[in-house]
Design a protein around this ligand. Structure first.
Ligand SMILES: [Zn+2]
Length: 469
């Protein structure tokens, strides 16, 4: 077998044949040529036989390693003139536009990034972390299902910090599919507004603003013969536009109007946006956030108590209550033996830390699976009066917050927003964003979240094209 034939089979790149192979001191260089005659625009479907000029462009891509060898693909590409994108170097079937890596290599990077840590990937693949960031951004853009925002009925919106010092990503999760379907940089109302703008883009671009910066009131629904006569300006659901050429669905115009429930935290920004863009949707409070607040209140009480002990000169306290923080915060059924002992000691010691612990557990008990709405209504009332009388400032404050959002909490129970599942997805997101800390761009961090928790199934090169002849 000739060397070029052998390498043709080894690299398995679509649409090319191998012209020449050479070994350099630290790499194998495989020179390939495209089999097709026509030139394709890398950005669109445009194809032509005409070259823009005769100046060739020599391009290099890194491909999957061959044993200990780095493998480079070299190809001479032609230039074309695309009526839409102007002068371009032709696209190749084995690599994404603008990339210095083959699709196979990128696919391996993306798969690893969702499963293992930064230093492993850097060392194994010999690339830096920001390159990983750029690769997963491309893979994500390419693989993300454009229809993922169809048929959303119950969603959760929440932010996660992806870097120290207030760098946030806002994520929208589909409760039914248990996937993160959308995300953007930032948090609060503006981020939620951005989600709704993407859910139902108006054909005329962004909403026009008045001279004083307010968004102009628009008719809610445009029908082929002009503004809908039955929906007045500024009413209905903004963004419910009918794209040119599409059929009129009398029941449902906008995707936002199909949302039944949106779950969120208790800060209020997201709720404002939901009331504006999807007025019919029930605003629910994610049980997960309520429990999180209870944990924070408990931690505050614990810290206060510790400082008090230290102030009194009790040096043994730290030893006696070793690992108390986790003993208190973890679910009782998940404690290690040492933590269980510490918890028992805290119980024996009594006092406000123990009282705070029982209150935290009482908050958690509301969301136990198997409780009916009636049960929870009763439990919440009891809890609220208990919190109001508890004389522990952080828990009194918690009680006020829960009372204010009582309807939202009950709505979550009524609609069966599953606490365990949302928490599991949330934990997964938090774990993965910690890996994204090293990226410089929020887009890369977001891509990592979507690749890991979104509607994308990543496959390895040998799964995409089996190595059979
Ligand atoms: Zn083009």
């Amino acid at each position: 077998m000739r060397v070029t034939t052998a390498f043709s089979r080894l690299v398995r790149l679509p649409g090319v044949w191998v012209r020449r192979v050479r070994f350099e001191h630290d790499r194998v260089v495989v020179e390939v040529a495209l089999t097709r005659r026509r030139l394709l625009c890398p950005r669109c479907e445009y194809a032509t036989r005409a070259r823009k000029d005769t100046r060739p462009e020599n391009s290099v891509w890194r491909h999957l390693d061959l044993g200990v060898w780095r493998l480079e693909i070299h190809c001479r590409r032609r230039r074309l003139w695309c009526p839409e994108h102007g002068a371009r170097t032709e696209g190749v079937p084995f690599a994404r536009p603008g990339s210095e890596f083959t699709r196979d290599f990128e696919c391996l990077v993306a798969w690893l990034a969702t499963r293992t840590d930064k230093s492993t990937i850097k060392r194994m693949l010999r690339i830096d972390w920001d390159t990983v960031g750029r690769i997963i951004k491309r893979v994500c853009d390419d693989e993300l299902d454009p229809d993922r925002l169809e048929d959303l009925f119950e969603v959760g919106i929440d932010e996660v910090s992806w870097k120290r010092q207030h760098n946030y990503l806002t994520l929208v999760a589909d409760h039914q599919r248990r996937q993160v379907v959308w995300g953007c940089e930032g948090k609060g109302q503006a981020a939620a507004d951005q989600f709704f703008a993407e859910l139902d883009p108006s054909p005329g671009g962004p909403e026009p603003t008045l001279d004083d910066g307010r968004v102009a009131q628009q008719p809610a629904i445009m029908v082929p013969f002009g503004p809908c006569p039955t929906v007045g300006a500024g009413h209905g659901i903004p963004g419910a536009w009918l794209p040119r050429g599409s059929e009129l669905d009398p029941a449902i115009f906008a995707r936002a109007s199909r949302l039944r429930a949106v779950s969120m935290d208790m800060t209020g920004g997201y709720a404002k946006s939901v009331r504006r863009h999807a007025a019919q949707a029930t605003v629910c409070i994610d049980p997960y956030h309520v429990v999180q607040l209870a944990n924070q209140a408990l931690d505050e009480v614990r810290r206060g108590y510790w400082n008090e002990l230290r102030g009194l000169g009790d040096q043994d306290a730290a030893k006696r209550f070793k690992g108390a923080r986790w003993s208190l915060l973890k679910k009782p059924e998940k404690l290690t033996d040492t933590q269980a002992v510490t918890l028992a000691r805290l119980k024996a010691a009594g006092g406000e830390v123990w009282r705070a612990y029982t209150l935290k557990e009482a908050v958690r008990a509301i969301f136990e699976p198997g409780l009916t709405l009636q049960d929870v209504t009763v439990l919440i009332e009891r809890l609220l009066s208990r919190l109001a009388r508890c004389r522990l400032a952080p828990f009194v404050k918690l009680g006020k917050t829960i009372r204010k959002h009582r309807d939202g909490v009950l709505a979550a129970i009524r609609l069966g927003i599953n606490q365990g599942r949302t928490e599991a997805l949330n934990n997964k997101v938090r774990l993965i964003t910690r890996r994204a800390y090293g990226f410089h761009s929020a887009k890369a961090a977001l891509a990592l979240v979507l690749l890991t928790c979104g509607p994308i199934i990543l496959q390895l090169p040998h799964e995409l094209h089996s190595p059979r002849l």
